[in-house]
Design a protein around this ligand. Sequence first.
Ligand code: KIV
Ligand code: ZN
Length: 511
Amino acid sequence: MKDHLIVFDTTLRDGEQSPGASMTRDEKLRIARQLERMRVDVIEAGFPAASNGDFESVRAIAEAIRESTVCGLARANEADIRRAGEAIAPAARGRIHTFIATSPIHMEMKLRMTPDQVVEQAVRAVGWAKEYTDDIEFSAEDAGRSEIDFLCRIFEAVIKAGAKTINVPDTVGYNVPEQYAQTIRTLIERVPDADKVVWSVHCHNDLGLAVANSLAAVMAGARQVECTLNGLGERAGNAALEELVMAVRTRQDVFPCDTRIDATQIVPASKLVSGVTGFPVQPNKAIVGANAFAHESGIHQDGVLKHRETYEIMRAEDVGWGANKLVLGKHSGRNAFRSRLQEIGIVVASEEHLNHAFARFKELADKKHEIFDEDIQALMSDEVVTPDQEHYRLVASRFHSETGETPRADLTLSVDGQETRTSAEGSGPVDAAFKAIEAIAGSGTELLLYSVNAITTGTDAQGEVTVRLAREGKVVNGQGADTDIIVASAKAYLNALNKLHSKFERLNPQL
Ligand code: KIV
Ligand code: ZN
């Protein structure tokens, strides 16, 4: 029997700390449901003390998720831990993840605490967490630059206090594989009762080594990997879940453990995260990049046609490529639509929302013969299906673009239920549409990102547009999908404005 390697996904916490990747509560819930479907063991749902919005997101995920452990992050102080404890209370299985920095530079310059005080605070933190759950994870922040003797000392103390998972983060992505593996080996050898806890690794990708470091640590005895979808995360990101899972699975001849991940859910999960955050996946990204399984050279194509394994070490369909099977068409009824939503894990809040969504589905089916799961996902992320959250809505549009003429957009918008017309000229039809919207909204925002992706293949595919807007330090991502990419662009812009309009203030700055 191989050991079980625990997959701890932190897309919703460390991933969200990536500048511009902020997500709404509903978006986090959708991602959490996809993580559960993928059979992730632990979902780090957020940092409840960071803001009311974070608290509510963690709590909503704790209420909705039954199969994965739901974890809340907390600094090693009483207020943070109590907030995390309350947020995870409804979970079927809830974990508190508490951390304090242990490197000389962090203790001295950031915490302004002595090593003795840090150990004492860590032990007290575990004590507070025990009032809420037995499932306590302790992280030594910046362990990658901490002294090994001090790590042994603090880990011994928190294990005695009741921590069940010991995480050794390479917070600044400074480590290299053999050295990091040696750190894990030494800790497991030297810390008393090391065999009573799970050793966990959490690697950042500043030197492009997050996955390599994590895998080296697994070979040295770590049995939990902390990671994010698409490697999302602060700076250069975290270790990529898809790469860790598939490396371990593909090289079972090397690794003494395996995960329980349903790998066919990886590509849908990657697309969902990329769509919600507006962070595109580079085409040559391992596993989830559009070209990850594409063979261009004639020699390779010839080899693959003769015998697939000549050039392929994994099958595209095993990680979820090509799973966008044709699902529904223009003659499909409301019940078929409802059951397909259930199958792909989308929960509709009410019959009214279902009716809105079904009407939108019918509109799309008139324009596009074949409707794939990705089309439905995009449709459901459109705020038209949650009318109560809509301040601005696109009612009608006309765009004019002709050689030698200045492009122009004429829009009818609904603003809080009141229809109003607006027009503008621009350097192109998208620019004109955004200017027409701004003539009404006057939002004072800065456009940080505009990106367009085809959701499926073919020229009748829907274009999915992401717009990132910033105002007074608050960043939101808006999405819009349509077979007409100018319409999709206007919808994405309005979606971002709607998010700015609904308040989800962070109380504290991000960590
Ligand atoms: O990188 C880090 O050290 C963290 C901790 C909070 C685990 O994200
Ligand atoms: Zn981190």
